[in-house]
Design a protein around this ligand. Sequence first.
Ligand code: ISE
Length: 333
Amino acid sequence: MSVRLGIVGVGVMGADHARTIASQVAGASIRSIYDANAERARQIADEVGATDVAGDPLRLIGDPQVDAVLIASPDSTHKELSLACIMARKPVLCEKPLASTSQECLELIDAEMAAGVRLVQVGYMRRFDPAYAAMKAQLAAGQLGKPLLFHCIHRNVAAPPWFDGGMAIANSAVHEFDIIRWMLAGDLTAISVFRPGEVSTQTPGAPVFLVLDGPGGTLATIEVFNDAAYGYDVRGELVCEKGTIELQRPVHALVNHALSQGASYPLDWRPRFQDAYRLQAQGWIDSIRDGKPTGASAWDGYAATLVAEAGLRSLASGHREDIPATPVPRLYG
Ligand code: ISE
């Protein structure tokens, strides 16, 4: 059986997902596409061989010819559309963030628990990135002992025009919140947010530096700098009792020129995480076919949002803020 997909939103990320699925993912076909820009929807539908362009996202979700839905529309629409998928009992891969607030995430979790089955996967694609997966496998192998510190760096070329001062935390660092929880297999309990020098908390692309308390007494640090100018750059180093594990970014060519050697940086996250996006999409399709959920659950989406909310509180207060502890419901255990 091939899974017939509907895709809601084919802007930058949705179009990227559609192309990846059409060209590199087995067991799925794209049946229907919706975008607020109908012309764009038609153009991407033609490109990826989708049979239908839907006039309305809820109609796409309800279409009996659509088995599962990928949501890549603007963040503010994620909650309502994911809820509609749960109500229609259709698996959904929703781009991060799952919803705008932790309260909204809980509404989705309640709906999923009422359905009694995990239908939601959140697009925290770094869980599928070969570099993070290799880091986790090395940690699990045990020869480096227990993890102590996780240093993370996350730089973008330029903050988009619609960014505000808190989005370095709510839009960018959420990826680290998720991957730190996944890597260290436990929840984050407190967060302190710092900004260098006289930088205003309202400056969109300015650097933020976060220190987090993790499971088992671990500490994590995150630098997010969204106006870093030189390239898209994500780094990570896990410091353990007997050694460290560093992420390597995929570099396929080194250029030797003018007495120097170098590798170029991508302009944004799509090339850096292209393997992760492909493996995430394949994992999602396989999970629909074999009924075994994979990737970040709605609960993980909620947990990352709780950390982001505490981070925004710390940004405003200048103090260390606790992250509320919440017992994991059985559906997600
Ligand atoms: C963007 O929304 C993403 O999700 C990217 O993966 C991330 O690296 C970037 O910082 C975000 O703004």
